[in-house]
Design a protein around this ligand. Sequence first.
Ligand SMILES: Nc1ncnc2c1ncn2[C@@H]1O[C@H](COP(=O)(O)OP(=O)(O)OP(=O)(O)O)[C@@H](O)[C@H]1O
Ligand SMILES: [Mg+2]
Length: 379
Amino acid sequence: MLSISVQGLTKRFPNHLATDDLSLDIEEGQFVVVLGPSGCGKTTLLRLIAGFEQADAGRIHLHGREVTHLPPGARDLGMVFQSYALFPHLSVADNLQFGLQLRRVPAAERKQRLAQTSALLGIDQLLSRKPAQLSGGQQQRVALGRAIIGGRRIILMDEPLSNLDAKLRQDMRREIKTLAVKLGITVVYVTHDQAEALSMGDVVVVMHEARIVQVAAPATLYEQPNSLFVARFIGSPPMNLLPLEPSAHGLRIADTLQPVMLPAEPTNSSASLTLGIRPEHLWANPAAHHPQWQMIVDSMEYQGSDSIVNGHLGPHALAARLPGRAQYAAGQTLQLGWNPQDLSLFDPQSGKRLDNAAPTDFLHRSQTQEDAPCNVVIS
Ligand SMILES: Nc1ncnc2c1ncn2[C@@H]1O[C@H](COP(=O)(O)OP(=O)(O)OP(=O)(O)O)[C@@H](O)[C@H]1O
Ligand SMILES: [Mg+2]
């Protein structure tokens, strides 16, 4: 059964369209990460699902039951906020039990759930403390405990780790994911941190300007971004994006003599193309006959396990991720190998991904005008 189903969800604030016709189905037990830049509507989507906002259009079903117009308390889900939202005057134990007390859960059951949940989260030694006497990570655990103590099957989390330092964030990511799998709960987790999204999500929902632009498994999102927006948003440094142009000897990077061979014959009919390649799909000093470009080196960023070499091909910036401590001087020419199957192609007008499909009129024009093959096809 679907755990969460959202259809055509639209929310308009007085001066702003915050979510625009969002539709999304989430399976029971999935860990779904909603990712997107600040202001794209992530929190609004979560608040609509939770019932803190009412949609202007669209419907929400939780476990097959329509909840579109039900108040938050009747939706049977838990929520973890960025700010933790703990009651400062209550102890950890009372914060954890607060929802159970509201629902008049008998004392014996409350006690049992409190013991179970606090042991699960490693906060059983902190039960008598007040929130101000806890570290950020401990407060976050209490907030998490409060969401799961009631045995709810759906938990919504809005940037729950953003107040924590980098190391603790990493530990908590693992903890939250492990906990979710262990409990078999459905989680919708909002973040603008792509590393968090890729490492935690079974499915990642990418939002941009109030709309959902891609829903995919992390590896698909990374390897096959469906648009220029996603290609730029995911990856650090992001995917290199380079305009192409036809030439007498086939496609090449615009305003350069650098050749481009596509893995399959292109099929779209647009007149121009943008090529994408991840920095780690480039390597230094390939064999002489391997496809390669000549990059002029601008700068280096040493990152420990690898180095980012920034440079340019003609007027276009290019970044390569090379293993270890790469050392090249600014101005040096570096041969960079690449494989045709690692290339992504986009239509620069629509911004959409083309499935290794370049424009046929490109081919056609080039062959008739210059009587030379436009495209070397390597499979
Ligand atoms: N109550 C409100 N009244 C008016 N506009 C709002 C309200 N809540 C949100 N907005 C606007 O709706 C848009 C989406 O906001 P939302 O909080 O959903 O973004 P977000 O993706 O969660 O961003 P962030 O990553 O910064 O938290 C923003 O432009 C915001 O200013
Ligand atoms: Mg937000």
